[in-house]
Design a protein around this ligand. Structure first.
Ligand SMILES: [Zn+2]
Length: 166
C-alpha cells in the first residue's frame, strides 16, 4: 500500500515545467481525423524534441527564438510535420511579437479550433493534413485580411523559391 505522505511528496516535487506542459495540452482535437496520422512514437522519431513539443503537444517556442523571423526571401513556409505548403512569403509581415506572422494562409492549408487554455479563448491553428499545431490566429493583423497568423517558426520549414530563369 502506498504511503500517502510519499505520494504527496512525489506530486509536490514535480517540476513546474511538467505541470505547465500538461496544462498546455488541449484534448479538443482528439477526435479530428487527418490525412496523415502517425503514432506518438513515430512523431517523436521523426521530429526534433522542440518540433514535437509544438506540433504534437501544442507547445509554444520562446519569442524571438525562430531563425525564420529573419527569413525575407521569396518562397513557401511548409509544415515541419508533413511538408504541406502553408504560407507564402508574400503574406509574411513584421508583427513585432517575436513569432513569424502572416496575414493569410494558402488555400485549404490550415484548420482552426477554439482553444480555451489559460482562461483565454483563442483560435488555434493547425496543419490541415497532419493536424500539427502551428500557433494561433488573431484579428489584429494588417490589410487585406486583418488577420494575424502568429506561428511557431519551429513548426515550419522554409523552401526558397527557385531563382527565376531570366
Ligand atoms: Zn502537417
Amino acid at each position: 500500500m502506498i504511503d500517502r505522505r510519499i505520494l504527496l511528496a512525489a506530486v509536490a516535487s514535480l517540476p513546474g515545467l511538467a505541470v505547465f506542459r500538461w496544462l498546455q495540452a488541449s484534448p479538443a482535437r482528439a477526435a479530428e481525423k487527418f490525412e496523415i496520422e502517425k503514432t506518438d512514437a513515430e512523431w517523436r522519431a521523426q521530429l526534433t524534441p522542440q518540433q514535437y513539443d509544438i506540433l504534437r503537444r501544442q507547445g509554444t517556442e520562446r519569442p524571438w527564438s525562430s531563425p525564420l523571423l529573419k527569413e525575407h526571401r521569396k518562397g513557401v513556409f511548409a509544415c515541419a510535420g508533413c511538408n504541406l505548403p502553408l504560407f507564402s512569403s508574400d503574406t509574411k509581415f513584421e508583427s513585432g511579437t517575436g513569432w513569424p506572422s502572416f496575414y493569410q494562409p494558402l488555400e485549404g492549408a490550415v484548420g482552426t479550433t477554439q482553444d480555451r487554455t489559460f482562461g483565454m479563448v483563442r483560435t488555434e491553428v493547425h496543419c490541415s493534413r497532419c493536424g500539427g499545431h502551428l500557433g494561433h490566429v488573431f484579428d489584429d493583423g494588417p490589410k487585406p485580411t486583418g488577420l494575424r497568423y502568429c506561428m511557431d517558426g519551429f513548426a515550419l520549414v522554409f523552401h526558397p523559391a527557385a531563382p527565376s530563369a531570366t
